[in-house]
Design a binder for this molecule. Structure first.
Ligand code: NIG
Ligand code: FE
Length: 426
């Protein structure tokens, strides 16, 4: 047996999600299911994919560490393409206020919300941020997530934005997950710039973005384009500056109100337009005609008691839809992949197949990595999730329950239900 060689055989279903770019519309239902499947990998890369008989004819089993996957479905590792993973403090009191009827935006307007997490994040040491985020990453790995996009945006000043992004780099190096860092310096207007959003955008463009670039701390730049936060014009100004520096783009669009964010994202060809709870029919048409992925975050709609994004309509219109958690301390303190599957299928009308594509290949496309991750294809990174059940259909059906048996990152088992079931007995 050689180090770095892994063979998984006899998977009851091998769900390949084969592809190297986002799938749109009808194609999202095509996930490529093989019965009695096998995958071989070497040095973190997938080398063979097929039925067990096909793969066994090409490899010498004695060279491999072997996982017998009888009765278990094997899928690509999940890609959570939208999170706010690194933050200080919590906002449990705001959650209680919302239960009593306060709205998310009204809490933000009176100085709570993102600015409250900003203060806690400015006060936190890098080690504190690293420790709490690493624990969230462990939970992700147990649920089959092998890649996590993470946004800054709780610093809203040079020092703290860089602190958050450097923590992400350390998370990428020290945890088993792959962390994709996004710069979200325009997440809110900080108190220092109250009432002067344009000046804040100037500051971000002139003082912060160049430093982020100099240290190569972020792959993408994102903006909270929202009524009462940053306008379409302000968002565009910042995104164009980021593009000039060679960064990929993302956009929080039409979450609380329709401001034309989706059309802006489509026009700029951003990797994704995210949230879209209030996107107009016109916005959907723009997305369908573009290469931008529509990233939907139903855990946020659920947590805020907002209407769900019209996922079914978007897929029927020909959009490429991704699903992500939006994990953050305010609007959505959840990274529950099981619940995400259930909400997407039960309330947004996605089929189990579409939900699987949305959380694998399309998630990978939403972070610009569909060439490397998001499917079980020869040449891709060996990132996979093995389920405790025989079919991917159990993902939305076993509501709210984590059914991942093993998570494999770059050919290594990094979470194993058999040895770490997180069952605490007295
Ligand atoms: O994606 N919408 C803006 N940002 C987050 C919420 C962040 C927060 O409340 O701390 C979101 O929902
Ligand atoms: Fe978000």
């Amino acid at each position: 047996m050689e180090q770095g060689k892994l063979l998984i055989k006899h998977a009851s279903e091998l769900v390949t999600c084969s592809g190297f770019a986002a799938k749109r519309g009808e194609a999202m239902a095509d996930i490529g299911v093989l019965a009695d499947g096998a995958v071989a990998c070497s040095d973190g890369i997938i080398t063979h994919v097929g039925t067990t008989a096909e793969v066994m004819a090409q490899v010498d089993e004695a060279d491999y560490r072997v996982v017998d996957a009888r009765g278990k479905a094997l899928l690509p590792g999940f890609v959570d393409s939208h999170t706010h993973l690194v933050f200080g403090g919590y906002r449990e009191e705001e959650f209680a206020w919302r239960l009593r009827g306060d709205s998310y935006m009204s809490i933000m307007e009176r100085g709570g919300g993102i600015v409250s997490t900003m203060t806690a994040t400015r006060d936190a040491t890098p080690e504190e941020l690293l420790e709490t985020a690493a624990e969230r990453v462990r939970t992700f790995l147990e649920m089959g997530v092998t890649t996590v996009e993470a946004k800054s945006g709780y610093g809203l000043d040079l020092t703290t934005e860089l602190k958050q992004l450097r923590v992400m780099r350390r998370l990428d190096a020290t945890t088993a997950a792959e962390i994709v860092p996004t710069f979200l310096g325009a997440h809110a207007v900080p108190p220092e710039y109250k009432g002067r959003a344009d000046h804040y955008i100037d500051y971000v463009i002139k003082e912060v973005l160049p430093e982020v670039k100099r240290e190569e701390l972020a792959l993408c730049c994102d903006v909270f384009c929202e009524k009462g936060v940053f306008s379409v014009a302000q968002s565009e100004r910042l995104l164009m500056a980021a593009r000039d520096l060679g960064m990929s783009l993302k956009l929080h669009a039409d979450e609380m109100a329709d401001t034309g964010g989706a059309a802006l994202a489509a026009r700029l060809g951003t990797l994704s337009a995210d949230h879209l709870l209030h996107v107009s029919g016109d916005g959907i048409r723009h997305l369908a005609g573009s290469r931008t992925v529509a990233t939907l975050l139903p855990l946020t709609a659920f947590s805020l008691r907002e209407p769900y994004a019209r996922g079914r309509e978007m897929i029927d219109a020909g959009c490429a839809v991704a699903l992500a958690t939006d994990l953050n301390p305010g609007s959505c303190f959840s990274n529950s992949i099981p619940m995400l599957f259930a909400l997407a299928c039960i309330y947004m009308g996605l089929s189990p197949e579409e939900a699987v594509t949305a959380l694998t290949l399309n998630g990978a496309a939403a972070v610009g990595r569909a060439d490397r991750i998001g499917s079980i294809d020869v040449g891709k990174q060996a990132d996979m999730a093995l389920l405790r059940f025989s079919s991917y259909r159990f993902l939305p059906y076993h509501v709210g329950i984590n059914i991942v048996d093993k998570t494999i990152k770059r050919g290594i088992v990094v979470a194993d239900h058999a040895t770490n079931p997180r069952i605490y007995q007295s």
